[in-house]
Design a binder for this molecule. Structure first.
Ligand code: ZN
Length: 454
C-alpha cells in the first residue's frame, strides 16, 4: 500500500482554485482536505504557492502507430504528453494502419501501445461506410466512442460517412451513451485553393463548410438521440448554432484547439505549411469569437488535435524552410506538449482562471471519453496531478520538444506557464522514466490484450 499527501495553496478542485491537500492511497485520491491536512503518508509534497492541477486529458491525439509510426508513435507521443502535463490521451482511429474500424484493428493498436506508454491511453473507434456491424463489438471491446468524417479524411482507408450513414451509425450508438465525434466540414462547400497563398487556402475551406456540416450533425443527433461532439471547431460563427442546439436539449458538445485560440491567419507567412490544418486557422476576428464561445459555454473543451507528420509531407525542405505549398501539404499541427502553456498564455490575459483551463482541458474531455476517474482532483479519481508554474515565461524551441518531429508553428514564440512536476496514479514521473501508463477502456477499467467483442 503506497500513500502520498500533496498540498498546494492553489489547488484546482471542485471548480475553483483554493488552498487544499489530497491524500492518495494506492494511486487513487482517498481524501481531500484543507492545506493543513495531516496524514501519515509515505511521501508528503508541499507545493506552497505552486498551483496543483488535475492531469490533463487530451481526447484528440493522432498517435499513428501501428503503420505510420514514422509520423508519431506511442513512445514519443506519450512522453511529449507527460512533459506537457497531459496524463491521459485518447488515440484517434486514424492515421494508423490499420485504422481502428474493427476489433482486430483495435487489438493491433493495443499490442502496439502495450508497454511503451508514459501516460494513460484510451482509444476511439472509427465509423466508416460499411462498418456498422463493428460498432457494437468495438464498444464491448473498450473503445471510448466513435470518430467519423463528413469530408475526405486524407487517408483513403478512412472514408467519410454520408448523412444517412451518420444517422444509422448514431442510432446504433444511442443506447450506449458513447459519443460520435465528428470532423464537421461539408465537402459541397469546400473548393480547390485558387493559388499557393495561405489566404487562398483559408478561402477554400470557409466557415460555411463547418456550418453546413454542423447542421447535419445536429439533425442526426436529434434524430438518433445519440451524443454528438464537434471536433476542432474553427469557425467562431458556429457557436450560436451549437448553443441553440444545446438549448433545444440536443446532446451536442464542441471542442476547439490551442492553435485556433493562439494564431490568426494574418500572421501566417508564405510557404510556412507548419501552420496548415483543416479546418484552417482563420482571421483574428474569428479567434475573438472562439474565445467568446469558450466564455459563454458554446465550446466545452480545448484539446490538441495533435496530428504530426514528417517535415517532407509538409513540403518543407528543412524545418523552417518556408517552401511549403498550402495546396498539397499534409494538414495537422503537433501541440501535445504545448497545449497547456499556449492556452494559458492567452487565457490569463483574458481573465480566465486555472479552474477554467482545467475544465476545458481535463474535466470535459474526460467526461466526453467516459473516463469517470480522470480529469479532476476529487475523491475516487486517479491521482494524476500537474504542478504548473503560471508565471514562468519561456521560448519554444522545436528541437527540444519530445514529439517525433520538431516541426511546430510555435517555434520562437514566448509562452507563459510551465509544467514543473507530474504525477501519474500517485507516482511522480518524468519523460525519461520507464513508462507506467495504462491502456484504458470506456468507464476507466484497464484494457488487456484479451479484447472481448471479437
Ligand atoms: Zn484530428
Amino acid at each position: 500500500m503506497s500513500t502520498l499527501l500533496i498540498r498546494s495553496r492553489r489547488m484546482v478542485a471542485a471548480g475553483g482554485v483554493s488552498e487544499g491537500a489530497a491524500f492518495v492511497l494506492d494511486g487513487r485520491i482517498a481524501e481531500i482536505g484543507g492545506y493543513d491536512l495531516q496524514r501519515d503518508a509515505d511521501r508528503t509534497v508541499d507545493l506552497g504557492d505552486l498551483p496543483l492541477l488535475p492531469g490533463l486529458v487530451d481526447s484528440h491525439v493522432h498517435v499513428n502507430e501501428p503503420g505510420r509510426t514514422e509520423w508519431e508513435g506511442f513512445a514519443t507521443a506519450t512522453r511529449a504528453a507527460l512533459a506537457g502535463g497531459v496524463t491521459t490521451i485518447c488515440d484517434m482511429p486514424l492515421n494508423s494502419s490499420p485504422v481502428t474500424m474493427t476489433v482486430d484493428a483495435l487489438r493491433a493498436k493495443v499490442a502496439a501501445a502495450a508497454g511503451q506508454c508514459a501516460v494513460d491511453v484510451a482509444f476511439w473507434g472509427g465509423a466508416v461506410p460499411g462498418n456498422l456491424a463493428a460498432i457494437g463489438p468495438l464498444l464491448d471491446a473498450g473503445v471510448v466512442g466513435f470518430k467519423c468524417f463528413l469530408i475526405d479524411s486524407g487517408i483513403p482507408e478512412f472514408p467519410p460517412l454520408s448523412r444517412e450513414e451518420l444517422r444509422a451509425a448514431m442510432a446504433v450508438l444511442a443506447e450506449s451513451g458513447a459519443p460520435m465525434i465528428v470532423h464537421a466540414e461539408d465537402p459541397s462547400q469546400v473548393t480547390a485553393p485558387a493559388n499557393a497563398s495561405y489566404d487562398a487556402f483559408v478561402a477554400s475551406r470557409p466557415p460555411v463548410a463547418e456550418r453546413r456540416a454542423i447542421e447535419t450533425v445536429i439533425s442526426a443527433a436529434a434524430f438518433s438521440g445519440a451524443r454528438a461532439h464537434i471536433v476542432h471547431l474553427a469557425a467562431g460563427e458556429c457557436a450560436a448554432l451549437i448553443s441553440a442546439a444545446k438549448a433545444a436539449g440536443i446532446a451536442l458538445s464542441a471542442e476547439t484547439c490551442p492553435h485556433y485560440l493562439f494564431f490568426a491567419a494574418e500572421e501566417v507567412q508564405p510557404g510556412h505549411t507548419e501552420f496548415k490544418c483543416c479546418p484552417p486557422v482563420r482571421y483574428a476576428v474569428n479567434r475573438e469569437a472562439l474565445w467568446r464561445a469558450l466564455e459563454d459555454g458554446a465550446i466545452d473543451a480545448v484539446v490538441s488535435d495533435h496530428s504530426p507528420c514528417p517535415p517532407s509531407l509538409k513540403g518543407l525542405t528543412y524545418i523552417g524552410s518556408a517552401d511549403g505549398d498550402f495546396r498539397t501539404a499534409w494538414g495537422g499541427i503537433s501541440s501535445l506538449q504545448l497545449g497547456l502553456p499556449v492556452v494559458w498564455s492567452v487565457a490569463r490575459r483574458r481573465g480566465f482562471s486555472l479552474a477554467d483551463v482545467a475544465r476545458w482541458m481535463a474535466a470535459f474531455p474526460a467526461s466526453l471519453a467516459g473516463l469517470p476517474t480522470k480529469g479532476q482532483i476529487a475523491v475516487g479519481c486517479d491521482a494524476d496531478f500537474v504542478a504548473f508554474d503560471p508565471d514562468a515565461s519561456w521560448e519554444v524551441r522545436g528541437a527540444t520538444l519530445l514529439h517525433r518531429h520538431p516541426v511546430t508553428p510555435y517555434e520562437g514564440r514566448t509562452l507563459t506557464g510551465r509544467v514543473s512536476r507530474v504525477w501519474l496514479g500517485g507516482v511522480e514521473v518524468t519523460p525519461s522514466d520507464p513508462p507506467r501508463g495504462r491502456l484504458l477502456a470506456r468507464g476507466g477499467t484497464e484494457l488487456t490484450g484479451d479484447l472481448v467483442g471479437a
